[in-house]
Design a protein around this ligand. Structure first.
Ligand SMILES: Nc1ncnc2c1ncn2[C@@H]1O[C@H](COP(=O)(O)OP(=O)(O)O)[C@@H](O)[C@H]1O
Ligand SMILES: [Mg+2]
Length: 256
């Protein structure tokens, strides 16, 4: 198995009290899967993502990627957050080249690769603009291009479209879906939006809070290219909604 989470537990101490953010979480992910971590606020989605990405250590249990224990962030993977994380003094081209510089890729080649991904995210012609001259959606596109440019193995995304308006969010969801099919990357995507998860994921990991744990893992029975208005899509969305709202004290086997 490509990614293996076994019995991962994570506690935080808050106001002198211990708090369980992840309670015996186990999960297996295959290479090339698009996984959404879905759940209400505070159920441990970001904690799990950060542990997978190597930003946070679990207290017990193990997280392995390609057979190796995750100890720190790997340069083979990238993480995209809600706040874009662009360097304001660099233009689009230079922001996208950032990761390529740290990889020591020569200047000529950097320009070439960056241009390819700037085009892929629909920002051709915007190379010389600075982040302040772009909309939120465009800034997130730059962050996506920058992430893809280094040819990562895994892309971690934590509510990347959370700050965008509904229309822009839908457009970016379509783009990230088609990019993920084209580039065949393993993507782990945190969201609290049921429709977003159904639109994007191969499998949805539904989480619940207090303590944070997995309620169910469901396979989305839809074809690769999805239509939000189709009967099938609405059916699956309703089923996931039902699961989302179900009360549970233990893992639920749930099939759609
Ligand atoms: N660094 C931290 N210190 C203390 N508590 C934390 C920390 N990070 C997260 N938590 C707590 O762990 C729980 C899960 O947080 P998080 O993973 O951010 O949830 P989600 O992303 O699902 O909204 C929350 O109750 C949060 O307050
Ligand atoms: Mg979060």
């Amino acid at each position: 198995m490509y990614i293996e989470v076994k019995d991962a537990c994570k506690n935080f101490v808050q106001d002198g009290k211990e708090f369980t953010a992840l309670d015996h979480v186990s999960l297996e992910i295959e290479k090339g899967e698009f996984i959404c971590l879905l759940g209400p606020s505070g159920c441990g989605k970001s904690t799990l993502l950060n542990a997978l990405a190597g930003f946070e250590k679990v207290n017990s249990g193990s997280i392995k990627i390609d057979g190796n224990e995750v100890k720190e962030p790997s340069i083979n993977n990238i993480t995209i957050f809600q706040n874009y994380g662009l360097l304001p003094w660099r233009n689009v081209q230079k922001n996208v080249e950032l990761g390529l510089e740290s990889k020591g890729i020569p200047k000529e080649k950097r320009g070439e690769i960056a241009s390819k991904y700037i085009e892929l995210v629909g920002l051709k012609g915007f190379e010389k603009r600075h982040p302040r001259q772009l909309s939120g959606g465009q800034q997130q596109r730059v962050a996506i291009a920058r992430g893809l440019a280094v040819d990562p193995d895994i892309i971690f995304m934590d509510e990347p479209f959370g700050a965008l308006d509904a229309i822009t969010r839908m457009k970016l969801q379509e783009d990230i879906l088609s990019i993920s099919r084209k580039e065949k990357k393993t993507i782990i995507f945190v969201t609290h939006d049921i429709e977003e998860a159904v639109f994007l994921a191969d499998r949805i990991v539904v989480m619940m809070a207090d303590p944070g744990r997995i309620k169910s893992i469901v396979t989305v029975p839809l074809q690769a290219h999805r239509d939000r208005t189709s009967k099938d899509f609405l059916y699956v969305r309703d089923k996931v909604f039902e699961l989302f709202n179900m009360k549970a004290d233990a893992y639920i086997e749930y099939y759609i």
